[in-house]
Ligand binder design. Structure first.
Ligand code: BG6
Length: 512
């Protein structure tokens, strides 16, 4: 056991590669199951093209689609072409496209069809020989979790999951990783029975966002913030992921899942882990994961759950100038009791965070699309001003603007110019757009490249997934036992119960 740990461990002092330089993937293929789905078209295919356009894929790269659709390689190529034209981030360049398209293959079949997987084996073998993919293959399961066991079983049966010394096999899985702790454990057992944990890449696309990775730079590359990063100064933390879109067309995935499972279990608890974790020994994956796991293990719901959580479902309303229907009037959601808004309050039982509530909220059809992390500071213990002078002074806050308008805001009080003393909130801003000329890659670009490079830092391991469910399960049980969610008007900021949850502690949600 000890020797396995030692052999896996990369000594950061000995790893002499220049980590500032972008790394280019080696010879390999990416096989996408569920290639006819929305995610594949909107995110995965464009990301593959963008990587090729940035010169980060090798000439011997292949993209293989697997689906039931009656397509040939050309049909598949056309679908990728349309997706790239519509959704790619970087400009379309004919020469890049043509080189990439030479490596497109399509395999038709259903997941329980042995012959289709045998055809996939033949296709990959041919690619290895003719295009030089060298036996290195990543299998992206962009499919409902209930199909994971069948596909994993087929990958084992056909020998595709088998790695030899000089070639790798990896599996990429999309959330939801189960719907509670038990099902997540079951899923992890199934996946791990075919692929060892270090070949499993679980996508949480928030970790692929530049602004999210910047949390580590902000916290651990600067002296300025560390001293202010604890319960000594912070009153509470608010993590918000608000969306203005509704759920029309997504009933198949979302109904019965809801906002908490869709977003809090993964994206928001990962953000919490990055904000609350201690400094890792190094940025090696294992060290980062250890710190995140420590935080998630120390995270507890604030009780009672009935007073410290809130959920709601959007009713009709106005989104800007557009009148929009409520959830139950969207296709596939008639009589749905699924929540489209969820808020929970947790605390992290550690010396640094004792007594600091972390409020996590997410919702569809809210006032606007914004994701931010706000560290809200305690009031100064003493204000040597007349009360009227600080009437317009709020709480100091450090706000990490994850999206859109990516950047960081520091809010503090400043004297209003004039002969009197009047203190008012002002903002000091860092914005990516103004400070950098490079535009940020899409999260999926970064994550797909990391899969092909075998860089696991940005992928939650099974322990993180299970700990997150452990936090969420009691909330879901409480909600299941307490009837339907509240409703809120589309275009507003969630149900009244969410405001009341904060008001009970004398706090209020920020209006981003
Ligand atoms: C996904 C959720 O993980 O994130 C969706 O399943 C949500 O419901 C999406 O719309 C939002 O992603 P982003 O990157 O636009 O914030």
């Amino acid at each position: 056991m000890a020797s396995a740990v030692e052999s896996d461990w990369v000594n950061p002092l000995r790893d002499s590669r220049d980590k500032r330089l972008p790394r280019i993937a080696g010879p390999c293929s990416l096989v996408i199951f569920g290639v006819t789905g929305d995610l594949a078209r909107r995110k995965l295919m464009p990301a593959v093209y963008d990587l090729a356009n940035r010169g980060l894929l090798p000439p011997s790269f292949a993209l293989v689609g697997f689906a039931r659709r009656d397509w040939d390689n050309e049909d598949f190529g056309q679908v990728v072409h349309d997706a790239v034209r519509q959704h790619a981030r970087t400009p379309f360049r004919e020469e890049v496209w043509e080189r990439l398209a030479e490596g497109f293959r399509f395999v038709q079949g259903s997941f329980d069809d042995d012959a289709a997987f045998d055809h996939l084996v033949a296709t990959l073998t041919e690619l290895d020989e003719q295009r030089g993919t060298d036996g290195n293959h990543a299998f992206y399961l962009s499919i409902p979790p209930k199909a994971f066991p069948t596909v994993c079983g087929q990958l084992r049966r056909s020998g595709l999951s088998h790695q030899a010394d000089n070639r790798w096999r990896r599996v990429v899985i999309e959330k939801p990783f189960g719907h509670d702790l038990d099902s997540a454990r079951e899923l992890n057992t199934i996946v791990n029975s075919v692929f060892p944990e270090d070949s499993v890449f679980r996508i949480d696309h928030y970790l692929g966002k530049e602004t999210v990775q910047n949390i580590l730079a902000l916290r651990f590359a600067n002296q300025l913030f560390d001293t202010l990063w604890s319960s000594h100064y912070i009153d509470h933390v608010q993590i918000t992921m608000a969306e203005d879109i509704g759920l029309g067309g997504r009933a198949g995935y979302y109904d019965g899942i809801g906002a908490a499972r869709d977003v809090i279990q993964n994206h928001l608890l990962q953000l919490l882990a990055l904000v609350a974790m201690e400094e890792p020994v190094s940025f090696e994956p294992r060290e980062l994961q250890a710190e995140k796991i420590k935080v998630l293990s120390a995270t507890r719901n604030i009780l009672p759950l009935s007073e410290n959580t809130a959920r709601g479902q959007y009713g009709p309303g106005w989104q800007g100038s557009q009148q929009v229907p409520g959830l139950v009037d969207e296709e596939g959601f008639a009589d749905s009791t699924t929540e489209t808004y969820a808020a929970i309050a947790v605390e992290v039982n550690s010396r640094r965070w004792a007594g600091v509530p972390f409020y996590l909220r997410t919702g569809k059809r809210l006032g606007r699309r914004v994701t931010e992390i706000a560290l809200v500071y305690k009031k100064a213990p003493h204000l040597p001003f007349d009360a009227t002078m600080t009437e317009e002074l709020g709480e100091n806050a450090l706000v990490i603007r994850v999206q859109p308008d990516e950047g960081i805001t520091l809010r503090f009080g400043s004297k209003v110019p004039g002969s009197g003393m009047q203190v008012r909130d002002v903002n000091m801003d860092f914005s990516y757009g103004q400070s950098f000329t490079e535009s940020s890659p899409e999260a999926y670009e970064r994550l797909i490249l990391d899969v092909l490079l075998g860089e696991p830092s940005l992928f939650p391991v099974s322990a993180e997934v299970e700990l997150s469910w452990k936090i969420l399960d009691p909330v879901l049980e409480e909600w299941a036992a307490s009837g339907k969610p509240d409703t809120y008007e589309s275009g507003k900021w969630g149900p009244q119960s969410a405001d009341e949850m904060m008001a009970r502690t004398g706090r209020a949600w920020r209006r981003p």
